[in-house]
Design a protein. Structure first.
Ligand code: H79
Length: 427
């Protein structure tokens, strides 16, 4: 955490590589979808719209008029919101930064915006700026903080893209929306919330390169250390956000992240009880790190500010495992085998290989193809079990106990002699 403090404490002109150095360490983040749609929780006028809850206003779902949707703001009152509890949950879950929806496609700002009165401070009974409280609390607890901002779609604005059920797209003057709402709001976000880790733009649509660059320059001017994701459009971001919920089957180079959900929903949905287990979350973190990326896992708090207990339990369980195997995750690199094995997955740090065993082989053997190095030391992290190594031709055989030791996902650590060398032809 002190490395993070250092990275966000100074202001320097940085190139993309320097800007991204903390990102390669952090590896695991909390994503939060929270807005007026959380109040509906998937329902409109007695009907449930299963699926993408933050899209409920859209004509593909309930098709709610701007006037009806705007009225939701009058009842948005998250009296149970507790920035300290939210940040503690992320921290205890092993996450290193938080990215939250400042404005989703619905157009409602979840922070106090001067650029548009359609925001939580001016249009809701709550009157507080919860994102300011979160930003301050993240700083206090040593986590990074960032914003999600929907820059192209804004269903509340006739000049932005996306709302063809209330407005005539032919009349839209995108540049007007861009200059009067989008740019001023992004300026507020990069000037009023302290150092930001990430500005997470979403759905570039038909953004021109000029529009994308105007936002990039705005972020750079005020936040030289802040990373911008690829959904700014036109290839001008710092790192790549893969498709929603996509964990790639093979290694991916460069700076990238996988964004995923704790259940099946981004925003809170009353009916969605498909919670990932503690083990599934830990597995996903490992799998994404093993492919070379960062895992940003979403929660959808309720409109009253509470976080579903099932999400909390799974995250905290995974966090407990991550914290007792921190060396194998934070700052770790991709598997030299470039894809998962049937028994589990591998991360690397310097001359150490970490074999994460998802399915313990009853044979008591793990076979590694094409590893040239000899091994100076083999152990199971946190346990004293006996491990021996044998070489059989091009295979390294790791002999492990036949019965899984007492760990949700045991990790075998192999210290290599010399520089890591794997012949891919054999994998
Ligand atoms: O914020 C989350 C999503 O709301 C947002 N990105 C993540 C992080 C997102 N924006 N667009 N999309 C995801 C693609 C959405 C596609 C669909 Fe649909 C929305 C499928 C069903 C509803 C558009 C409308 C395509 C079919 C109907």
């Amino acid at each position: 955490d002190s490395a993070m403090d250092k990275l966000w404490g100074e202001r320097l002109e940085l190139d993309a590589g320097e800007r991204g150095s903390w990102f390669k360490q952090a590896k695991y983040a909390m994503f939060i979808h929270w807005g007026l749609y959380s109040e509906l929780a998937g329902d409109w006028k007695g009907k449930t719209y299963f699926g993408i809850g933050e899209w409920i206003m859209n004509k593909y779902l309930a098709g709610i008029s701007v006037d009806d949707y705007r009225a939701l703001a009058k009842d948005f009152n998250p009296v149970k919101f507790d920035a300290k509890a939210w940040v503690s949950l992320a921290k205890q879950s092993g996450m290193k930064y938080i990215v939250i929806t400042a404005k989703h496609h619905d157009g409602f700002a979840m922070y106090g915006s001067k650029a548009s009165s359609y925001n939580i401070v001016d249009a809701s009974p709550f009157k507080r700026d919860p994102l300011k409280e979160l930003a301050d609390e993240c700083r206090k607890q040593g986590l990074g903080f960032g914003f999600y901002y929907s820059q192209y779609q804004d269903w509340n604005e006739k000049d932005a893209y996306g709302n063809a059920w209330d407005f005539n797209p032919k009349d839209a003057q995108f540049d007007k929306y861009f200059k009067e709402k989008c740019e001023p709001q992004v300026r507020e976000l990069v000037t009023q919330y302290g150092d930001l880790a990430v500005l997470w733009f979403d759905t570039p649509g038909k953004m021109t390169k000029e529009h994308s660059m105007a936002l990039v320059n705005l972020v750079r001017e005020h936040q030289p250390r802040c990373l911008i994701n690829s959904r700014i459009g036109n290839g001008v971001g710092d790192y790549s956000s893969l498709g929603d919920m996509e964990i790639p089957p093979e290694n991916v180079g460069g700076l990238w992240e996988c964004v995923d959900t704790t259940n099946n929903s981004w925003s809170y949905a009353w009916y969605d009880q498909n919670w990932k287990s503690t083990k599934q979350i830990a597995k996903n973190v490992i799998s994404v790190v093993a492919r070379g990326g960062t895992y940003m896992l979403n929660i959808g708090p309720r409109s009253d500010g509470s976080i579903p207990v099932n999400a909390q339990e799974s995250l905290l369980g995974a966090g407990k495992w991550i914290k007792s195997h921190a060396a194998t995750i934070y700052g770790a690199q991709a598997s030299p085998w470039e894809k998962a094995f049937s028994w589990g997955d591998v991360t690397v740090k310097g001359n150490k290989l970490y074999l994460h065993v998802f399915k313990w082989p009853s044979s008591g053997k793990i076979y590694l193809p094409g590893l040239s190095n000899s091994i100076s030391e083999a152990s199971i992290i946190g346990l004293s079990s006996q491990i021996t190594i044998a070489k059989e031709g091009d295979w390294t055989v790791v002999n492990i106990p036949k019965i899984q030791p007492n760990d949700m996902i045991p990790v075998i650590q192999l210290n290599l002699k010399g520089e890591l060398k794997v012949d891919h032809g054999l994998a």
